[in-house]
Design a protein. Sequence first.
Length: 141
Amino acid sequence: MEAVEVIHCRGHENVLGLHKSTFEITKETELSPQGDCIIGVSADKGAADLSHEFRELMAKDGARLTAVFSAGGVEVTVTSDGGSGISLTHPTDLVWRRSSFVCPRTIGIYSDATAALLPRELIEVLKTGADMTVTLKVEAE
């Protein structure tokens, strides 16, 4: 079984992409330089806005998430795991984590990228405030 979600957001002049264990997109419109994990703002969906089907599949052990981030001609694919602790109930945020830590904002664990590991070409495009499309596909039994 699989489910797909598409999220539209944009970059911000304060996108730094320096965090070593996570990265995030948010519905919030502003970003301070302290938010070094945030790569996208003004998202049209937070965790709680994802479809029931998508959220249900992400909460299955063995679920696999493929996220494609496209902005300014740069496309980056990140893969992560789902699991039984993932609730996706946060109203504004989606966080990809390198670790197994789960909270209402967590969309994926054991991600193969963090803000610091994302290609600098993507971060530079996002610093200009470019629009970004995030295509999420979860596959689970």
